[in-house]
Design a protein around this ligand. Structure first.
Ligand code: SF4
Length: 74
């Protein structure tokens, strides 16, 4: 079931990583390996594109990110 975003009023939100802040600690991958991945070719973190995201997992990764650089966007 899709959740309505309170911040934007749309029906879909996705996680984004502020790459300028990310320290590439890979902690988010440990928590949510199906959502976050390290792109070794480009040398940066990426969010795996999906039709919907597990809110609890993303929130957990967000909470534990040492740089606080994961956020929801819509
Ligand atoms: S946990 Fe945060 S700082 Fe670490 S790789 Fe993920 S987004 Fe970057």
């Amino acid at each position: 079931m899709k959740e309505k975003s309170e911040s934007c009023g749309l029906w879909f939100q996705f996680p984004v990583i502020d790459l300028g802040l990310c320290s590439e600690c890979l902690g988010c991958i440990e928590i949510a390996p199906n959502i976050f991945v390290y792109n070794y070719d480009l040398g940066m973190m990426e969010v795996i594109e999906q039709e919907s995201y597990d809110r609890q997992l993303v929130d957990e990764a967000m909470k534990n990110c040492p740089k606080k650089c994961i956020s929801w966007e819509c």
